[in-house]
Design a protein around this ligand. Structure first.
Ligand SMILES: Cc1cc2nc3c(=O)[nH]c(=O)nc-3n(C[C@H](O)[C@H](O)[C@H](O)COP(=O)(O)OP(=O)(O)OC[C@H]3O[C@@H](n4cnc5c(N)ncnc54)[C@H](O)[C@@H]3O)c2cc1C
Length: 204
């Protein structure tokens, strides 16, 4: 098996799959995930996803609710990114086919829960994460530049600065249960996996 990619993503949850969809516009993407592709927290998240998409709601209000509920524990920059970008990405999920619960008029049903002061929580029945994972996986599966390998677990990673790259390259040590991937040396972008050690090293 000969694998080549510009980007290596470890995992296949919501973060990994959304990143893969984006990165496929810039190069070949390889996803290694330790179990079945749908296994992970994303598939178990039965609650909802909050975003200021309703009439009268705003990122500012969502941010204020979040900071208040966090009681001093929130990273305000992270909260800012979450509430500002949330509506765009939730609308994108709907465009990509996420079947969130809807009102009789067809608009997404928005619940008010917990510390939220506005109706802003979208659900897909009681399996919201599984639905989001389904849509992202479907999206990524259509992209020719993305390939995924299940039961490929990275057990250790180290980062080196490579003068050819702005960002540090990754060294991943793969477990023996990925031996079916490493019958021969293979390459991940500018790196290759050496069969004997299962070690990912920079190509000469
Ligand atoms: C029961 C439950 C209910 C939840 N309810 C909600 C909710 O209502 N609303 C909400 O917003 N959030 C909820 N969450 C949290 C939400 O599920 C997570 O925040 C979100 O799914 C994290 O996504 P992720 O992509 O970062 O991680 P994950 O979905 O966990 O993905 C991690 C991926 O990495 C893979 N992986 C891990 N280690 C390795 C390795 N060494 N090598 C290769 N692959 C590896 C895993 O197999 C998996 O594919 C809930 C979580 C749980 C468990």
């Amino acid at each position: 098996m000969d694998l080549r990619a510009d980007f290596l993503i470890i995992g296949s949850g919501i973060a990994a799959l959304r990143a893969a969809a984006e990165l496929a516009g810039a190069g070949d993407v390889l996803i290694l995930t330790k179990a079945e592709p749908t296994e992970g927290n994303t598939g178990y998240a039965q609650g909802g996803i909050a975003a200021a998409v309703g009439a009268g709601d705003s990122p500012e209000l969502h941010g204020a609710d979040t900071i208040a509920a966090g009681d001093g524990l929130c990273d305000e920059r992270a909260v800012g990114a979450l509430v500002e970008d949330g509506p765009r990405y939730v609308r994108e999920l709907i465009e990509w086919g996420a079947r969130f619960d809807r009102e009789a008029d067809g608009e997404p049903a928005l619940a008010i829960e917990g510390a939220h002061s506005a109706r802003r929580v979208l659900h897909a029945r009681d399996a919201t994460g599984r639905e989001i994972g389904r849509v992202l996986w479907q999206r990524v599966s259509m992209l020719a530049r993305v390939s995924a390998h299940a039961h490929a677990r990275a057990v250790q990673s180290r980062y080196y600065r490579d003068p050819r790259l702005d960002s540090p390259p990754l060294e991943a040590h793969l477990t023996p249960d990925t031996s079916h991937l490493t019958r021969r040396a293979y390459a991940l972008g500018p790196y290759h996996v050496v069969q004997e050690s299962h070690r990912l090293s920079p190509c000469a």
